[in-house]
Design a protein around this ligand. Structure first.
Ligand code: NAD
Length: 305
């Protein structure tokens, strides 16, 4: 195993991911711009580095977990010259496919190796080391990174060349965003028709309407007790993150001139919803905006309107 990992970006996701690498026996040099994030990671055994370049200089692998593409590209510009030749750069952030490919190109031009490896599973998955990684890059790099990824997650899928991991991430989340809107609209339509939440759930969850947005993350309280709807939509997968991922999908749809009307509409609906949602509100809370816009009162029991 590569023994020393530089971990840059110790936020909600990166902090627990770095801690899991420490638990798996890696020596982890961590850096974040926020001192509190570094202090929390240090409590889990991550060794603070004075700068990202200092961390990279002493590492076999550099893992980044940053907000957006511009942060990743700025980081690479900052640290590529400091890293040892052929260091493996693994970016786990969710970023634009084009930015991911640019990051790969810059790493390779500097004599490094690179993978994009965004994740699914959220903060809960980061803490429990049950994330799913979707990786883009060459096969030898994926094979080398696999044990490291498996120390932070349950599954790692090699999706293809540079950017393929990000492509898989935004395509998956486009399915999720569209299907959550579809399930939410169906529940509100059911309310307007006097259909109880439980009756619609009992039918659709075992019929052709079945999907994760319905059977695991059900947007109305009751049918699935563990879904965020039962906890006033907290915590969960933040609406703002869904809006971010759909904006990335919309950018790719436009760039590729793909006729994906629902993906574009889902991006608009989530952008509008996220503007008013709190930081921790689960994306399934969009059902409330659909109900409000419809002027319908929630009727979970199937009362006749
Ligand atoms: P976060 O804002 O909690 O963490 C990002 C961290 O990066 C912050 O601590 C910030 O200070 C640090 N940072 C920014 N620029 C830096 C730099 N130049 N050098 C060092 N540190 C820097 O965000 P998060 O929730 O951890 O998400 C990280 C990435 O993971 C995002 O791309 C997000 O879309 C993706 N993601 C998040 C979730 C989730 O549920 N939170 C799920 C899947 C994917």
């Amino acid at each position: 195993m590569s023994s020393t990992v530089a971990f840059v970006g110790l936020g909600h996701m990166g902090g627990p991911m770095a801690a899991n690498l420490v638990r798996a026996g890696y020596r982890v040099l961590g850096h974040d711009l926020v001192p509190e994030a570094v202090a929390a990671a240090a409590g889990a055994g991550v060794r603070p580095a004075a700068s990202a370049a200092e961390a990279a200089a002493g590492a076999d692998v550099v893992v980044s977990m940053l907000p957006a593409g511009r942060h990743v590209l700025a980081l690479y510009d900052d640290i590529l010259a400091a890293a040892r030749p052929a260091t493996l750069f693994v970016d786990c952030s969710t970023i634009d496919v084009a930015d991911a490919r640019t990051a790969h190109d810059r790493a390779l031009a500097a004599g490094m190796r690179a993978l994009d490896a965004p994740v699914s599973g959220g903060v809960v998955g980061a803490e429990a080391a049950t994330l799913t990684f979707m990786a883009g890059g060459a096969e030898p790099e994926f094979a080398e990174a696999r044990p490291l990824l498996e120390a932070m997650g349950r599954k790692a899928v090699h999706c293809g060349g540079a950017g393929a991991g990000q492509a898989a991430k935004i395509c998956n989340n486009m399915i999720l965003g569209i299907s959550m809107i579809a399930v939410s609209e169906a529940f509100v339509l059911g309310e307007s028709l006097g259909l109880s939440h439980q009756a619609l759930y009992d039918v659709a969850s075992t019929a052709s309407g079945q999907c994760w947005a319905l059977s695991v993350n059900c947007p109305v309280p009751g049918p699935v007790p563990a879904s965020p709807a039962n906890r006033d939509y907290r915590p969960g997968f933040a609406a703002s993150l869904m809006a971010k991922d759909l904006a990335l999908a919309a950018g790719a749809i436009r760039a590729g001139e793909v006729d994906a009307e629902l993906g574009l509409r889902a991006a608009e609906l989530y952008a509008a919803y996220a503007e008013h949602a709190t930081d921790t509100e689960d994306f399934s809370g969009i059902v409330r905006t659909i109900r409000d816009r419809s002027g319908i009162k929630e009727r979970s029991g199937g009362e006749r309107p």
